[in-house]
Design a protein around this ligand. Structure first.
Ligand code: PLP
Length: 438
């Protein structure tokens, strides 16, 4: 191991002024990772919600190696592509949760979301609705950090220091069942309230100026928010009435995490475009995609007849090695019925998390599939918002557990291949860490 201080790397989502060395992970096996000092951790958050098949799936390594040896790269511009990207698009079409037009490949969730928003613009331009530019999203939504994805992201820490988001990005209330208004109104009237807010906002902005609404089926980085039942259905009715496209950001929920292959199916949504990343390749290589629905795709085709070009795409769109890994990931997800396994494992996780219910200082416990959250009330400890989460995170690391803290919400998003015993051990370690913090 070299004794690097990490001083040359500008670390993502890390204050630049920090002078301490970062925590360095050097090895992984199954759902366990080891750091540079040899300490062992259960990875309760699958890297960054993404290593769905764990850290040592030999089939993914072999798929990458075989492809590296055969054709390490060929791009996809100007009607020339590689065989693996085409085959992956076919694989995706087989399992897609919407009537498919085509699949566009990118390299990250942010790029997929930027692309989807641009496709919404192109769609409306193709239909002659040139004013339709605005993008609606949630105040607690996270869609990435490229320029448009960051602008659609509502979380304020993503904007601090970078100035205001781009104009034309408009936010709606968070569908958070724990928000004060939700608590006042109760679940059904809360959905009515959210829908009315959306209607009013659309009227105020002018429906003829709005291109699309982007939303996560379960909102991840905003604090694992599970919208109230029927919320997205009602939102979709409003959007459809105003010819506003719906983009489902399935970067977290795609590829098994909720117990279905896609959150879109799990929650009965009908998006026009679906964005995926993370679990598409179990994060072994970077690849993301936009699933472009039939109707949007038909308009893109019409548009490109008129514009004579489709000026969008990346050098690495459909990278063959990443595509080979993604193909193998999908094959494994299907062969081993990983979504089915997630449904069973989700019950194990939910039961294990029950030990937090009613415990001192716990505001809420929630889970869906292999997403789980324990929300702590900082007021109980006499500290400000956002201070408990990081402290418990540190205590958890000392107990041999890695997880995420979204403010004071501690989030588990373990690999989908975690055993029952591993899930229970993760929650036990979290409980010990919380007790130590208290
Ligand atoms: N969308 C969602 C829902 C995400 O959770 C993330 C990342 O966590 C992104 C988009 C951005 O993905 P990336 O970091 O690959 O750009």
């Amino acid at each position: 191991m070299s004794e690097s201080s990490g001083a040359t790397m500008l670390e993502p989502h890390t204050p630049v002024h920090l002078s301490s060395t970062p925590h360095v992970i050097t090895r992984g096996q199954g759902v366990t990772v080891w750091d540079a000092d040899g300490r062992e951790y259960l990875d309760g958050v699958a890297g960054l919600w993404c290593v769905t098949l764990g850290y040592s799936e030999p089939r993914l390594v072999e798929a990458a190696t075989r492809q590296l040896e055969r054709l390490p790269f060929y791009g996809s511009f100007n009607h020339r592509t590689n065989d693996v990207a085409l085959a992956l698009a076919e694989d995706i079409a087989e399992i897609a949760p919407i009537p498919m037009g085509r699949t566009f490949f990118a390299n990250s969730g942010s790029e997929a979301n930027d692309s989807a928003m641009k496709f919404a613009w192109y769609y409306h331009q193709a239909l002659g609705r040139r004013q339709r530019r605005k993008i609606l999203s949630h105040r607690c939504g996270y869609h990435g950090t490229t320029t448009a994805a960051a602008s659609a992201t509502g979380l304020s820490h993503i904007h601090a220091g970078f100035g205001a988001p781009l104009p034309g990005f408009v936010r709606v209330h968070c569908p958070d069942p724990l928000s004060p208004v939700a608590r006042d109104l109760g679940p059904e009237r809360f959905v009515d309230w959210l829908v009315q807010e959306l209607e009013e906002l659309i009227a105020e902005e002018g429906p003829e100026t709005i291109a699309a609404f982007i939303g996560e089926p379960i909102l991840g980085a905003g604090g694992l928010i599970i919208p109230p039942e029927g919320y997205y259905q009602r939102v979709q009715e409003v959007l459809a009435r105003h010819d506003i496209l719906f983009i489902a950001d399935e970067v977290i929920t795609g590829f098994g995490r909720t117990g279905s292959m896609f959150g879109t199916t799990e929650f009965g949504l009908r998006p026009d475009l679906v964005t995926v990343a993370k679990g598409l390749s179990s994060a072994y290589l970077p690849i993301s995609a936009v699933l472009v629905g039939e109707r949007v795709c038909a308009a893109l085709a019409e548009g490109s007849r008129e514009f004579r070009t489709f000026g969008h795409g990346f050098t690495y769109s459909g990278h063959p090695v990443a595509a080979a890994v993604a193909r193998e990931t999908i094959a494994i997800l299907r062969e081993r019925d990983i979504p089915g396994r997630v449904r069973a494992a989700g019950t194990v996780l939910a039961n294990a998390l029950d030990k937090f219910r009613g415990a001192d200082g716990i505001r809420d416990v929630r889970s869906y599939g292999l997403l789980g959250a324990v929300e702590v009330d900082p007021a109980r400890f006499g500290v400000g918002t956002g201070q408990v989460g990081p402290a418990v995170l540190e205590a958890a690391a000392a107990e041999g557990l890695l997880l995420r803290a979204m403010g004071d919400t501690l989030v588990l998003a373990p690999p989908l291949v975690s055993s029952d015993d591993e899930l229970e051990r993760m929650v036990d370690r979290l409980a010990t860490a919380y007790d130590r913090f208290r």
